[in-house]
Design a protein around this ligand. Structure first.
Ligand code: ATP
Length: 583
């Protein structure tokens, strides 16, 4: 879809605003063109002493009324047009936001946050301007231009009109060349604003790391370089946009010269009156706006087109994880993973290779293995953050994709190693997925996650704000708040992806005890625990050791110790470490 098709479909939906604005603009143009004709007529009447005082007062009264009407019509079209174009901004941003919310992991792996933010602000603004100011100036300028040219050709003298319009084809040629440069410069300017945005976003998110590593100076220099590049590209865009004005000015000066020369000669030859020449000169003056409007419209449209070129691929990007499933009810979570193979789009080597696994409903599965073994990747496929490339995952005998995404995700509770807390109170963060939860339910979930006591020590208890991304909490507190959040909702499959890594061993044991107790109350619930600390997995029904995307060892704690492989040696090492710590 091109920018024009997009704008046209919007204008059609909001045609009432646009038609009313257009009618007002046409009325303004008609009145504006009528004024010089009236002035010319009045001058000729006065020059030939045919107008007395009452005629003069009456004609001036009409001119005044026309001026006042133009004023109110101008207010009217602005209200109509800008109401619509601001609505376009809202619709565009909402569409972008909804699209981003539906996109999956692979999409965000390829996009930069700062870039996406720039699209929602700068690029959307540029398209909004194309739908508002450019639509207005384009329409108004064209109508005024048509009427004025019509009046010049038919109302005064066609020879004078042709002579005056002689420089305009040259101006059109100059416009064509400038427009080409404006497009490229606008695109470069939007790109460099995005790069600047990305730098700001990343620096602010990582400001503590930058400070800890003493990188402030280097970061400031990088920012300064990007800001200079953004300034330079904006300057270039403005420079090319400004190039329309001299082209218009020069053409109008030549047109004025031609008018005086040809018009003077025609008056001298008594072919036209001085009043007619005055009217013609006023018409020429009225061409100033359509000419400048043309330059302005072209600049706005080129900027809009450049923004649309950036935004359109995001708005129309295909969803990599499709929500085509029809099943809405999920049975107990018995999972079957068959010959899974997965490679991240940016990688050469597969993160998962021919991985098969059966999990019965109600089982607790532990997953261990060295870093980069593919543990989290397995979870991401289960969560449908990425689509399975080869093999399949079945839930209750049905492919994951046959369930509606919303229904599936309601039955999945995932706690990541670095959970995301929102800038709200502790209670609101725990009740994120269950906003109607009572205080007692929130406190129960916090108790199960062994974070209740910590929360009571906070200055405002459960109402304490956690700051952006939960910055005022410790890593362990953040993880436990996230576990409480997961336990508050009633889902069938709980996944802890290294979610206890920042918690001390005693607290970890306490939380795992609570989880085991919960499982006894709801025996069909399944739990997957990924952990580097093997003590967290020892009680699991089945433990997998993953290496290089494959299952390397499999069994329960005792059988894995007997196998005397990676698990057994890690276990011994961690036990020794724990006893040394205790000593
Ligand atoms: P850890 O214990 O450190 O969390 P893991 O076993 O969970 O590691 P994964 O996160 O599943 O490992 O990563 C498996 C492989 O896939 C790694 O080689 C990693 O570099 C790669 N990988 C992970 N996420 C992405 C991504 N978004 N894009 C590209 N490659 C990725």
């Amino acid at each position: 879809m091109t920018l024009f098709q997009f704008l046209w479909s919007f204008i059609r939906r909001h045609r009432r605003n646009y038609v009313l604005a257009a009618m007002m603009l046409v009325s303004i143009s008609v009145l504006t063109v009528w004024i010089p004709r009236q002035v010319g007529y009045l001058i000729d009447q006065l020059a030939s002493h045919q107008a007395d005082a009452s005629v003069l007062i009456r004609e001036l009264g009409w001119l005044l009324l026309a001026g006042i009407t133009i004023y109110f019509l101008r207010v009217g079209w602005r209200i109509q047009l800008f109401t619509a174009s601001y609505q376009l901004g809202v619709e565009l941003r909402t569409r972008l936001y909804q699209k981003l919310c539906l996109q999956s992991g692979a999409f965000f792996d390829q996009q930069k946050t700062g870039d996406l933010m720039a699209m929602g602000t700068n690029d959307a603004d540029a398209i909004e301007l194309a739908a508002g100011e450019a639509a207005l100036a384009g329409f108004d300028g064209s109508v005024t231009f048509g009427l004025v040219i019509g009046m010049m050709l038919t109302g005064v003298d066609w020879r004078l009109a042709l002579a005056a319009l002689l420089p305009f084809p040259l101006m059109a040629f100059a416009f064509r060349r400038i427009t080409h440069h404006v497009h490229d410069a606008s695109k470069a300017s939007l790109d460099s604003f995005s790069a600047l945005n990305e730098q700001v976003q990343e620096s602010l998110a990582g400001v503590r790391t930058i400070r800890a590593l003493g990188l402030e100076q280097r970061n400031a220099e990088q920012f300064s370089a990007l800001a200079s590049a953004a300034r330079e590209s904006s300057y270039q865009a403005q420079r090319w946009e400004a190039a329309y004005e001299p082209a218009v000015g020069l053409s109008l000066t030549v047109a004025g010269f031609m008018t005086l020369a040809t018009g003077g000669w025609l008056v001298w030859q008594h072919e036209i009156t001085i009043g007619a020449l005055t009217s013609f000169s006023m018409y020429l003056g009225q061409l100033i706006w359509p000419m400048f409007a043309a330059g302005w419209v072209l600049a706005l449209l080129e900027r809009g087109k450049a923004a649309w070129k950036r935004l359109e691929p995001i708005l129309n990007a295909e969803l990599q994880v499709k929500d085509n499933g029809t099943l809405t009810t999920l049975p107990a979570p018995a999972l079957s993973m068959q010959h899974l193979q997965f490679t991240y789009p940016s990688q050469q080597t597969p993160a998962l290779q021919d991985l098969s696994l059966e999990i019965r409903a109600g089982q607790t599965i532990g997953i261990a293995g060295p870093t980069g073994a593919g543990k989290s990747t397995l979870v991401r496929l289960l969560l449908r953050q990425y689509e399975v490339q080869q093999g399949q995952i079945l839930w209750g005998g049905q492919a994951l994709s046959s369930y509606q995404l919303d229904a599936l995700r309601k039955q999945l509770n995932w706690v990541a190693q670095e959970p995301f807390l929102f800038s709200a109170s502790v209670a609101e963060n725990i009740a994120l997925a269950a906003p109607g939860a009572s205080q007692a339910q929130i406190e129960r979930a916090a108790t199960l996650a062994s974070v209740h006591e910590d929360i009571l020590r906070f200055p405002q208890g459960y109402q304490t704000p956690v700051g952006e991304r939960g910055i005022t909490l410790s890593g362990g507190q953040r993880q436990r708040v996230a576990i409480a959040r997961a336990l508050l909702t009633d889902s069938a499959l709980l996944i802890l992806d290294d979610a206890l890594s920042a918690v001390d061993t005693a607290t970890e044991t306490q939380i795992l005890q609570h989880l085991r107790h919960l499982r006894q109350q709801h025996p069909s619930r399944t739990m997957i625990i990924i952990s580097h600390r093997l003590s967290a997995l020892a009680e699991a029904d089945q433990i997998l050791v993953m290496k290089n995307g494959k299952i390397h060892e499999q069994g329960n704690h005792d059988s894995l110790l007997q196998q005397d492989g990676w698990y057994a040696s890690q276990w011994r090492y961690q036990q020794l470490e724990a006893s040394l710590d205790a000593a």
